[in-house]
Design a protein around this ligand. Structure first.
Ligand code: DQA
Length: 147
């Protein structure tokens, strides 16, 4: 079963979006890094981005049915979405939360993460490298469960 890497709103703008915070790495660059990582681990990868909360909910459901584990950057929905929290709680796949930036070091409203209440772990502040680490962690959790 593949690992699902799910990306939330505005992450399609990476490369030109607030480069002083997010750098100039594009989402395509991140996808390439994720594919490289998955390949080195011998696992499949599904990589998606959407700006819509309900679409993310449905992608989490699909990941629960067809995937081994979830790596998710919920972007702004991190701080607002009980629907995403409930979706992750509702599926039987471990989820790793990833943020490019370090949200707790930014505005106060970014210090709260609903998704963290359901995530097995969180990787923040390491840029695109966080996705690679997230995939490694997610695959290890999935493999430990399968034993
Ligand atoms: C983000 C952090 C969020 O607070 C923000 O809304 C984003 C990106 C990150 O990757 O650092 O869109 O999830």
């Amino acid at each position: 079963k593949p690992v699902f890497v799910l990306n939330g709103p505005n992450l399609n703008l990476l490369g030109t979006r607030e480069p002083e915070i997010y750098g100039t790495t594009t989402l395509a660059d991140i996808e390439a890094l994720c594919r490289q990582t998955a390949e080195s681990l011998g696992v499949g990868l599904v990589f998606e981005q959407t700006n819509h909360e309900g679409a993310l909910v449905e992608l989490i459901h699909t990941a629960g049915a067809k995937g081994s584990a979830i790596v998710i950057n919920p972007a702004a929905y991190t701080h607002t979405s009980i629907a995403l929290l409930d979706a992750i709680k509702g599926v039987d796949a471990p989820a790793i939360e990833v943020h490019l930036s370090q949200p707790v070091a930014r505005e106060a409203f970014r210090a709260v993460s609903y998704v963290s209440l359901a995530a097995a772990g969180t990787i923040s502040g390491l840029g695109a490298r966080g996705y690679e680490l997230g995939i490694r962690a997610a695959v290890q959790l999935a493999q430990a469960r399968a034993k």
